[in-house]
Design a protein around this ligand. Structure first.
Ligand SMILES: CC(C)(COP(=O)(O)OP(=O)(O)OC[C@H]1O[C@@H](n2cnc3c(N)ncnc32)[C@H](O)[C@@H]1OP(=O)(O)O)[C@@H](O)C(=O)NCCC(=O)NCCS
Length: 195
């Protein structure tokens, strides 16, 4: 049984009528949810849009990864469901406690939706849920970065008001090719102003 957080009661409904898309934060994953999340992750990796991974991973590696993620105090895991089945996830990453100078900024990492569940507004809703969580924890801004080949993600984040501030010329290597990375931030407080 998935452990619910208080704010899960207000899980967002996505677009995509008839498919019951929703997003929730999870603190635990039931076996069937973990299996579905691993399947979704491998489907995204095979499709070319894995979050860091380039090659499909053994089930045990992915299970360890997600179980480990749930244990890291600085990480919050959000999952996307379509008709009840977990089909994607995203993480809110809080700054390390020693990083006092950057204690106002959190990060959105590892957002993905399985190819068979795309186009229902799930990634948009996960992003908005992560923003809400970061805002309610008092963070002033959210950072994120993507490979320049991740066109859907770029369109998504720019449509949500993320500001492109830089390009890393050697961000990732996939299939022997060096790929640039695009870096974004979004101000979450004070009406989007830097104070
Ligand atoms: C990026 C990704 C998460 C989008 O997931 P999704 O659930 O299909 O996205 P949504 O349905 O919420 O779409 C929201 C917006 O994203 C953009 N978008 C989504 N798919 C798109 C596509 N194929 N081409 C262009 N824009 C796209 C659009 O702006 C869309 O808004 P619209 O429907 O009003 O046009 C998904 O394609 C994915 O997992 N890609 C691989 C991993 C990745 O790139 N992760 C992000 C970096 S960590």
């Amino acid at each position: 049984m998935t452990a619910m957080q208080p704010d899960d009661l207000e899980a967002d409904s996505g677009a995509g009528e008839g498919h019951d898309p929703m997003v929730e934060r999870v603190a635990e994953l039931a076996d069937d949810d973990l299996a579905a999340l691993c399947e979704a992750a491998n489907a995204a990796i095979i499709d070319g849009g894995g979050f860091g991974w380039v090659n499909p991973q053994p089930r045990l590696s992915l299970e360890s990864y997600f179980k480990g993620t749930l244990l890291v105090p600085e990480r919050q895991l959000f999952v996307a469901r379509l008709d009840g089945t977990v089909v994607g996830s995203a993480q809110l990453v809080r700054p390390a406690r020693n990083n006092e100078a950057r204690a106002f900024a959190a990060e959105l990492q590892h957002s993905f939706v399985a190819p068979y569940a795309r186009g229902h507004g799930l990634a948009r809703n996960m992003t908005l849920r992560v923003e809400d969580a970061a805002r309610s924890l008092g963070y002033h801004l959210l950072n994120l970065d993507v490979r320049e080949t991740q066109r859907a993600a770029i369109a998504l984040y720019e449509s949500l008001g993320y500001i492109r501030w830089g390009i890393h010329p050697a961000y990732a290597r996939v299939g022997g090719r060096t790929i640039r990375g695009i870096f974004y931030y979004k101000l979450l407080q004070h009406g989007g102003r830097i104070v």
